[in-house]
Ligand binder design. Structure first.
Ligand code: ADP
Length: 281
């Protein structure tokens, strides 16, 4: 059982020939909305990878809230403990130009209201096997949850994104850190964490553990859009941890590569799709 404590956003995606300059208006070429947020994306990926998944976080009381909840429900994620708070849900206003360059404004909304964890939330963190978190909720909440998980023998996986300095009190309670190369360079204090996974884009990922030092290459794929590849990786890794770090790494790399072949942030593959690509390579 995997519990994800994290963000859930509605992505508002506008496409235009070019990004507007400050003060300028341009006519767009398309618009769509879709569920996002690293927490929700990783919860969805873990569920597709076959885990039983609980999502902990918050939506607002706006029109996006039921849609965001329904998207998690449809992925088979347990949303019973998801909070509904007054005010807007988290959103990401994304503009993409014809060359794929983007500009993004994230408004945390309900995500920023997740401070003191409730008794049912703490109980769920204590009962679950793996707690998976990112840094799109208040850092103090992530730190408190990690400490509680540590006390309860729940494995803590942290994907420290968006990257920021991590307090020792957080690192002390983390078992596995999943970072990309940029994050790895910015976090030099990672040595104290038992397992460090560094994702390497097209080169796959590296896992350094107490008695493990391995690289899993990514299978060759036709890349369409790498958005969401990192979230597919993290969710799959958490879901497969119980099969051992090496299996988790291989399956996560394959899931990340498959996600890169699909547009959008919610691109995680099923366990069967991961089986199929691993059988071919
Ligand atoms: P992030 O997207 O978080 O910056 P990476 O770029 O390292 O992280 O990608 C995460 C994972 O997604 C990689 O470990 C790999 O499994 C997969 N991936 C990303 N880009 C590619 C690619 N071009 N080809 C194959 N797999 C990829």
């Amino acid at each position: 059982h995997v519990t994800v404590l994290g963000s859930v956003n509605m992505d508002l995606v506008t496409t235009a020939h070019r990004l507007p300059e400050p003060g300028e208006t341009v006519l767009g070429t398309g618009f769509h909305t879709g569920p996002g947020g690293k927490g929700a994306n990783q919860a969805t990926a873990a569920a597709r990878a076959g885990a039983n998944v609980t999502f902990l976080g918050a939506v607002g009381d706006d029109a996006f809230a039921p849609e965001l909840r329904a998207a998690l429900d449809a992925a088979g994620v347990d949303t019973d403990l998801v909070r509904e708070t007054a005010g807007p849900s988290g959103i990401a206003a994304i503009t993409v130009d014809a060359g794929g360059e983007n500009s993004i404004v994230v408004v945390s909304g309900a995500n920023a209201t997740v401070y003191t964890l409730t008794e049912p939330e703490l109980d769920r963190i204590a009962e679950t096997d793996v707690l998976l978190m990112q840094l799109e909720l208040p850092l103090s909440t992530v730190t408190d949850a990690a400490a509680h998980a540590r006390r309860s023998d729940t494995l803590v996986i942290l994907n420290p994104s968006p990257v920021q300095p991590l307090p020792d009190s957080l690192l002390d309670a983390v078992d596995v850190l999943i970072v990309n190369e940029t994050e790895a360079r910015q976090l030099i204090a990672t040595a104290r964490v038992p397992y460090v996974v560094t994702t390497l884009g097209a080169a796959g990922a590296h896992l350094l553990g107490p008695d493990l030092d391995m690289t899993a290459p990514a299978p060759p794929v036709d890349v369409v859009d790498t958005t969401g590849a990192g979230d597919a990786f993290a969710g799959t890794f958490a879901a497969c941890w119980y099969r051992g770090p090496e299996v988790a790494l291989r399956r996560a790399v394959a899931a990340g590569a498959l996600a890169a072949t699909r547009p959008g942030a919610a691109a995680a593959p099923s366990a069967a799709e991961v089986d199929a690509i691993l059988a071919r390579h």
